[in-house]
Structures are given as structure tokens and as C-alpha cells.
Design a protein around this ligand. Structure first.
Ligand code: ADP
Ligand code: ZN
Length: 750
């Protein structure tokens, strides 16, 4: 498949070159290249990739290389907006059409499409299939051509998926309408939902023809999975708090109920963590606001019910904690999978306590037919089975990945190296003797035709004198007090382990009575031994092995993050739209000081190079200056004579072009327009030129009184961190004018 790629543009020698140009990445993720090649060859495709696998690129890059426009169908407006924004930020001509856009704007976007100014059009399914829009599409097809239909979140066509949307069913009409021609317009369906049933539905519903089906592994190697024991409520919160404190970056904490969300949020806030709640009890406006704050890094932690997360496009979530038990494994996989979409190491923690099992069981018992009040037995049965699997997962001693992936039908060999069970294998101990004591106690009850639960059995074993023990005369049993040598917690561990190993039964009538089975009798007859995994985990000692970077890299990374946040706020976009964390990390490590070096950073494409190289390079150089590290120009290294000012000796080519236009008398805005650059970029050219001693008239650019205030601020907080100078001045001052005045300051103090 590597021969004769039918590019519409011959601009690129290879797909890699196109990838670097538009998206700034050096290489494809597994699967992407092949999918892109098939798309370029007009093949129908079904792409199944886990969240964060990089599905979007699979249709975005071909859209740019093919003739015509690509129509992208996506169910959530917020998600579409994010994607379009991110594309536009990369200088990619994309737009979106939905009902929230006014008539005028909508008309002008449609005109731009017919004018061949757009390569990707995002549209909601209901809009796409309206008569008027279909009419418009016919026009598009005739005048510009449609390169393909990309159906994102394609599982929405299936009633078997977790997110069925009836409008998606209508998408069949696309195939019917656009196939009896010279060319069948290909359909590219994408989803992160793995089950066979849903897959089958997508193929059928969308009438894909001889499709190539790409199923990626669902393994997410950058996620560290762990289960931590959850003690009493009070203890549990302390552990949660410690974990949040020890982990850097943004995180989500899932709780089972609204009440719990509110409690946990309030406590975290009291303890100085910037946390916000999200659940169905809050108004739409509040939810939207909290979500935005989280996405924009204005709040670090989102405490939420499972209502939160679908369609949240935040790639740099560093941890997901399930403070309560998830209801099933698939749900757990999806929710925990919201961590680390950017591929950076992230942590997924499940807090597991026996008390939670009761809560979930209670919720399951509430599943009744609202009309008749009869229990929905089928649903209850399925839910109970799913709960059992979650418990098995939580209590397992083998590789967590093996269990999760096994659930999706994927064989995983184990030994992943990034789960608690692989990193800290639990010691297994022979507890046969204890098991015999425990089971014989249950047998004594049975002899009297009695049944009791775990706690009462433990009370008897430990010789408790509580009412229930005395009233039942259980202090007279031969097993009374034979287990004083072990703590109640140890007996509970054994009891649960027996149940999960199916060496003892527990009634599922809601009372959880213990009951011997055949295997229990084998143990009592000394025909079977009992091994129990001892959980030696102490709070706080299972932190994922994290790379400790040199302090210098961390310090710079920190500064770059602040700069990114300021730039993002200036444009009202989430920080990751400016650069993903991985790019910042490469910058902190590589410390590019010239355009050529900066262009090599992963995530820096042509647009971002133009838009952001100046502020980031400036920040990196300032950082190096402060630390007395040598600075570089496009041509060579400049040894630092005076640490705070060591300008490159000569302006760069691009700065000189700006200078030429400036000297023709153009305003900065006009220069920006003429050169097709952001105004900010031109302003930083002027600042750099000024600093180098070129004739730039600062008074023309920044009023005198503002110059004075900025000079004063620089004298107070120092010249190096733009962010700090701005913080000192307040929001009425912009980066451009600060940068310009700083150049004056530097020239004057050099
Ligand atoms: P999905 O839609 O499958 O959940 P996305 O398309 O949102 O995933 O991609 C997840 C992240 O991975 C994004 O930040 C994206 O920019 C990044 N990404 C995608 N492809 C590559 C690549 N080839 N190299 C580096 N990063 C990539
Ligand atoms: Zn493992």
C-alpha cells in the first residue's frame, strides 16, 4: 500500500512530512499510517481504537490531502467545538455547522465551503440529515467534491452501545444518497467501544462496503492501575487527600452519589485543593462553568459522578480516582481511561472497601419496575454479576491489565510492569488452619439450623461478649474465642478471600449469610489448602515509579506551563490547545533557543511555529540567562558576558522582514496581515529589534504613561519572567506592550 498515494497536493514527499507540517508530530502512532492510506484510497473503514489512541488524526490528515471537503459527524457540540478550535489553532481550515450558529454566520461559513476555503466540516447528525442541508451538500459535491464522511463516536448507531442516539440511525441515508454515482463516497467510522456486538451493528447500520476493520489494542501503556484498600470513612478521606496531594496535575475523582461528591469537594476545598463538583443535581450553567474551569486548568480536581466525562476533551488528566466502587468493568475502563489521553504517564486508582459492596448491592436491589413495583430480576441479575466482576478485579492478585483486557476479549500476557500487582506482588500465605477454624464456626451455626454473616462469625471467633453472641448462646460454642490470635480485619480478609475464591458461599438474598459448599467441606476434611494474598499496602507507599527529572528541567517546565496558561487565557482557549504537555516537556528538556531548534519539537507545526515560537523561545532564553547558561543564535553560541542581557548579535531573517515593512510605515496590524502572522508575533519581532538597537519608535507603540508603569514593574520584579511582570501590573496590561517596554529596559540597562 505504499505506492502511488493519490495526494491532491504534491506539496509533500511523504505522509510523515505532511504530518509534521500540519500537526507537528514526527511519526505516526500504531495503525494511523495504514488507516490514512486506506482513506486516501477511498476505502470504507471501521476504526476501533481506545480513547487517546489518536483517532482524529486518521481522518483529519487525509481530509487535508484529498480533493474536496470531508464531512465529519460527531454527536456532541462541545466536542466538535474543541476539535475545530484545535484544528484552527494548527492553521487547518476547518469549520462547524450546528443549530447554535446564527443565520448570517452560517451563510458565510457555507460560502467559504463552496469557495474551497475549508477542508473539514463538522456537523451534528440531525443537522446533516435535514432537507436543507442535504441540498447544500449536493451543491458541495457538485462544486467542490466530498472527500469522505467521517462518523466519529460511531457506536452511537448501536442500541447495544452505552450511548445510543437515534439520529445516528438515520446516517444510513448518506450511503443510499451518495452511492449511485461515478464514485461512491467512502465512509470512515470511528469509535472507542470495543464489544463485538456494537462493532457488528456499526458495519450493518452504516452499510459499509468491503470495509477495512482496524482494531487497535485496548492496552493503555501509559496508565498505572492500582487498587487501594479503603478503611473507615475518615481513614479513606485521609488517604484520598494524600494521594491528591502527592500526584501532580489535573485529576478526576469519581463518587457514587451526589451527596458524596459534595462532601468530598467541600473537604478538599477546605484542605486547600482547588476542587469543583459535577453531578446531575447542579444546574446546566454551573456544570458547564465547572467543566470549563477544569478544562482550562483553573481548577485542578473535578469531583464527579459518572455523569462527568463523556465527551470531555482534556488530554492532560494525570489521575483518575474511583473513590467508590464502579458498577462494572467496562465502565471502569472508560472512566479511568479519561486519564492520560496525551500519552503521558498517569495514574488510575480504585479505592476498594467492603462497605462499598453493600452500597452497590443496595442500589441494585432498588432496580424495580416503576409501574408495578416488581423487581427487575433480569437487570438485577446482570448488575449483580457485573458487581461480582468488579470485586474480583479489585481483589485480584494477578496483573490488572490481564483482567481488564481479558474482559474485552484481548489476551494480555501479564507482567505489565505498570500495575500495583506487577510492581508490588502481594505475598501469598497459607491460611489453611485459620480457614478451618473459620469454616467450622459456620458449620456450628448450621448444626443449629442457623445462618449468620461475616461480622457475627468474626465476633464469635474473637470471643466477643456482645448481645447477639450472648443471646444466641454462641459463647457456648466450641469455636467461641478460638480466633483471638488474629485481628477482626485479618478474619475479614480471610472471609472475603474464601468467598471470592468460591470456597464459601454467601447468600444473595440481600442478607449475605454464610453457607458452606462442597469446597468448604474439602477444607474442613483437610483435603484442600487455602492460600490468601496478604495486602501489605500502607497508605502512600505505592506511588507509581515516576521519573525524577533534573531540577532544572522541572523548573523550566513549570515556567513554560505558566506561560502557556497566560497565552491560553489571552485567547480564551484551553491550555492544551496552545501545546500539549508532551511538547512543553520536550521544550524543557531540549531548551530550543532558535526557530530551527523550536521547529523540531514534537507538536510544533508550521502554524504553531509562527504563532508561539517567540514567547516560548523568549521564556527559555530568559530562563537560561537567569541561570547563567550559554545562549545561542541561529548561527552559533554566544558566551554570556553579562548574565541578564546577552542579545543575539543580529536580527533573524523573519525579524528583518518585519523591520522592512515597519520602515515602509506600516502599522503592526497591517504588517501582521501582510505577513499572515499573529499580531503578537509581529509585536515580539519589534521588541526584539528594539532590543538589538534597530530604530523602532517605542513611543509610537506604547503610550508614555504605560511605559512608566511597566518600567516600574520590571524594576520591582525583574525582567525575566513576563508572567510575573504581568501579574504585578494586573490584567489591564498586555504581553505585547510589556515585551516592548522590557526591550527598552534591557537596552537601557545593558
Ligand atoms: P481519540 O480521539 O482517539 O481519543 P485523539 O485523536 O484526541 O484521540 O488523540 C489523542 C492525543 O494524541 C491528542 O492530543 C493528539 O494530538 C495526540 N496524537 C495523535 N496522533 C499523534 C501522533 N502521531 N504523535 C503524537 N501525538 C499524537
Ligand atoms: Zn500488571
Amino acid at each position: 500500500m505504499t505506492v502511488s498515494i493519490p495526494y491532491s497536493t504534491t506539496q509533500f514527499a511523504s505522509l510523515e512530512q505532511a504530518l509534521k507540517h500540519y500537526f507537528g508530530y514526527d511519526s505516526f502512532r500504531p495503525g494511523q499510517r495504514q488507516i490514512i492510506e486506506y482513506t486516501l484510497h477511498d476505502r470504507d473503514l471501521l476504526v476501533i481504537m481506545p480513547t487517546g489512541g489518536g483517532k482524529s488524526l486518521c481522518f483529519q490528515l487525509p481530509a487535508l490531502l484529498k480533493e474536496g471537503v470531508m464531512i465529519v459527524v460527531s454527536p456532541l457540540i462541545a466536542l466538535m467545538q474543541d476539535q475545530v478550535q484545535a484544528l484552527q489553532n494548527n492553521g487547518i481550515p476547518a469549520t462547524l455547522l450546528n443549530s447554535s450558529i446564527g443565520f448570517g454566520e452560517s451563510q458565510s461559513r457555507q460560502a467559504a465551503i463552496l469557495d474551497r476555503k475549508i477542508k473539514l466540516v463538522y456537523v451534528a447528525p440531525e443537522r446533516l440529515l435535514s432537507e436543507s442541508f442535504l441540498g447544500f451538500m449536493d451543491q458541495v459535491k457538485a462544486r467542490v467534491g466530498i472527500s469522505a464522511f467521517a462518523i466519529d463516536e460511531a457506536h452511537c448507531v448501536s442500541e447495544w452501545g452505552h450511548d445510543f442516539r437515534p439520529e445516528y440511525r438515520q446516517l444510513q441515508r448518506l450511503r443510499q444518497r451518495y452511492q449511485n454515482d461515478d464514485r461512491v463516497i467512502p465512509i470512515l467510522a470511528l469509535t472507542a467501544t470495543a464489544t463485538e456486538r456494537v462493532r457488528h451493528d456499526i458495519l450493518g447500520q452504516l452499510e459499509l462496503q468491503d470495509p477495512h476493520v482496524h482494531v487497535a489494542s485496548f492496552n493503555r501503556p501509559n496508565l498505572y492501575y492500582e487498587v487501594r484498600p479503603k478503611g473507615s470513612q475518615k481513614q479513606a478521606y485521609v488517604e484520598l487527600f494524600q494521594q491528591v496531594q502527592q500526584t501532580q496535575g489535573a485529576g478526576i475523582i469519581y463518587c457514587l452519589s451526589r451527596k458524596r461528591v459534595d462532601e468530598v469537594t467541600a473537604r478538599l476545598q477546605q484542605d486547600g485543593i482547588s476542587a469543583l463538583p459535577y453531578h446531575a443535581g447542579l444546574s446546566d450553567a454551573v456544570r458547564r462553568e465547572n467543566q470549563d474551569k477544569f478544562i482550562r486548568d483553573d481548577a485542578r480536581v473535578m469531583v464527579a459522578t459518572v455523569a462527568f466525562g463523556m465527551g470531555i476533551n482534556k488530554p492532560d488528566v494525570r489521575f483518575v480516582i474511583h473513590y467508590d466502587l464502579p458498577r462494572n468493568i467496562e465502565g471502569y475502563y472508560q472512566e479511568s481511561g479519561r486519564a492520560g489521553r496525551d500519552g503521558e504517564p498517569s495514574r488510575c486508582t480504585l479505592f476498594y472497601g467492603a462497605g462499598d459492596i453493600k452500597t452497590v448491592e443496595f442500589l441494585i436491589a432498588q432496580k424495580v419496575d416503576p409501574a408495578s413495583g416488581e423487581p427487575l430480576e433480569e437487570e438485577q441479575r446482570i448488575a449483580t454479576q457485573q458487581l461480582r466482576r468488579v470485586i474480583n478485579y479489585a481483589e485480584a492478585t494477578e496483573c490488572r491489565r490481564t483482567i481488564q483486557l481479558g474482559y474485552f476479549g484481548e489476551d494480555f500476557p501479564g507482567n505489565c510492569g505498570t500495575c500495583d500487582n506487577c510492581c508490588h506482588p502481594k505475598p501469598i500465605e497459607d491460611w489453611t488452619l485459620e480457614a478451618q477454624k473459620f469454616l467450622s464456626c459456620v458449620a456450628r451455626f448450621a448444626q443449629r439450623d442457623q445462618r449468620f454473616g461475616l461480622n457475627h462469625t468474626i465476633d464469635v471467633l474473637r470471643g466477643s461478649k456482645n448481645d447477639r453472641v450472648l443471646k444466641n448462646g454462641h459463647d457456648k460454642l466450641s469455636t467461641y474465642g478460638i480466633g483471638k490470635d488474629r485481628s477482626a480485619e485479618q478474619w475479614r480478609l480471610l472471609g472475603r478471600s474464601l468467598i471470592h475464591q468460591r470456597l464459601l458461599d454467601e447468600t444473595s438474598d440481600g442478607y449475605s449469610m454464610l453457607q458452606l459448599n462442597d469446597l468448604s467441606w474439602d477444607i474442613l476434611r483437610k483435603q484442600r489448602s487455602v492460600m490468601v494474598a496478604i495486602d501489605p499496602v500502607k497508605p502512600g507507599d505505592v506511588l507509581a515509579p515516576s521519573k525524577v527529572d533534573a531540577a532544572e528541567v522541572e523548573a523550566l517546565y513549570d515556567r513554560l506551563q505558566k506561560l502557556r496558561k497566560h497565552l491560553a487565557d489571552e485567547q480564551s482557549v484551553p491550555p492544551y490547545v496552545v501545546f500539549p504537555n508532551s511538547s512543553l516537556r520536550s521544550m524543557a528538556t531540549a531548551q530550543p533557543q532558535t526557530l530551527a531548534q523550536f521547529a523540531k519539537i514534537s507538536g510544533v507545526g508550521s502554524r504553531k511555529l509562527a504563532q508561539y515560537s517567540e514567547p516560548f523561545i523568549t521564556e527559555i532564553r530568559a530562563f537560561r540567562t537567569e541561570r547563567g547558561l550559554p545562549l545561542q543564535t541561529e548561527t552559533g553560541t554566544v558566551p554570556q558576558a553579562t548574565p541578564s542581557t546577552a542579545p543575539p548579535t543580529r536580527a533573524s531573517e523573519t525579524q528583518l522582514q518585519t523591520l522592512a515593512l515597519y520602515q515602509e510605515g506600516l502599522e503592526p496590524a497591517d504588517i501582521a496581515e501582510r505577513r499572515n502572522f499573529r499580531l503578537g508575533t509581529i509585536m515580539s519581532h519589534l521588541a526584539e529589534l528594539l532590543e538589538l538597537g534597530y530604530p523602532i519608535d517605542l513611543d509610537d507603540l506604547v503610550p508614555l504613561d504605560r511605559q512608566d508603569k511597566i518600567m516600574h514593574a520590571i524594576n520591582t520584579v525583574g525582567p525575566d519572567a513576563l508572567g510575573s511582570i504581568r501579574e504585578h501590573l494586573g490584567e489591564m496590561y498586555g504581553y505585547d506592550e510589556i515585551r516592548l517596554v522590557r526591550s527598552r529596559w534591557r537596552r537601557e540597562t545593558a
